[in-house]
Design a binder for this molecule. Sequence first.
Ligand code: NAD
Length: 371
Amino acid sequence: MLLNLTILPGDGIGPEVTDQAVLVLEALAEIFGHQLQLHRKNIGGAALTASNDPLPADTLQACLSSSAVLLGAVGGPAFDHFPNHLRPEAGLLRLRRELGAYANLRPAVCFPALEDCSPLRADVVHGTDILIVRELLGGLYFGQPRSIEGPAGSRNALNTMRYGEPEIARIAHIAFDLARKRRHKVRSVDKANVLECSRLWREVVTRTSQNYPDVKLSHMYVDSAAMSLVQRPRDFDVVLTENMFGDILSDQAGGIVGSLGLLASASIGGSVGLYEPVHGSAPDIAGKGIANPLGAILSVAMLLRYSFQLEREAACIENAVGTVLNRGHRTADLASSGQTALATPEMGHSVIAALADSGVGQAVPEKEKSA
Ligand code: NAD
């Protein structure tokens, strides 16, 4: 198969982890006989520095013309004082909107080898396997009007949370469909005791659930969900929630399973899927070569699964990540005292070695390899 991708390394640790993800993808393509066409473009701070636009026209055009987009991360302190439309994050939000990527899937799985890396007791985190389905194009991050106005000292800031019924229904369908491939449970997270948006959310999700009698729906307020996530993470299967709640809860889930650096994401629903690790540009460790590339590598697995339906290839990467963790390989965010921490490229090489060791290349007969 021809895999035509745009690669957006971005800022901070973005390029460091993306390099490793691309090397893993190249190794996998070699094993399975796929052909890669990769176009590297700027986004975020890198694009602002090069062309004063966080999402230049040629970057957007390349993304719209490819079959999928792999992104590192955007942002950094150098841009924190830029006006809103010229911040790196504005480029990413616009890209998500232009791609129509309204469904953000964020799995949080506790690898058995990492049970001791969680700040929670191993018996609490054991078996955690959550899929957060976050609405990505609505709510506070996109709502208009938005502003900071008034004279210094007495300014007012305004953001708008807005959700329409079709917007809620389409993300709910994604969550219920995905639950059917898992443990058939959806927990919808809102703040319906306070917010009108959440009351509509709850009503539409409940109505949508009638099409899925085989999936058990429950509702939970976001504050209670935050507590339950750390008390009983194993109880969660699919978590369906709006934009900002999903953003916050998925970072929390990252902490629960050991490190934010492990988490991958897929943003789907539009013409082109966007895949990126959940973490940001991590300015505190950028340039040190110590970032964990596994979230970016696992994002490649999601890209293969959701944009190309290459389930076997996706599982191959996920198994390789499980293998390196079972072998005790750890980057600094996962290493406990006394353990040697691998540098970012060393972790990438370990995953490639695990792919090769799995013998999966030999398992694919020549005639099955795509031209
Ligand atoms: P962050 O995710 O960048 O970092 C939070 C903490 O996790 C830091 O201590 C960091 O060192 C650590 N961390 C993150 N990824 C890691 C990895 N792969 N390996 C090891 N440790 C890792 O969040 P932040 O510090 O709140 O934000 C930094 C910048 O990133 C900001 O400009 C923010 O706007 C941006 N950001 C971008 C995205 C994105 O591009 N999708 C997401 C979140 C934050």
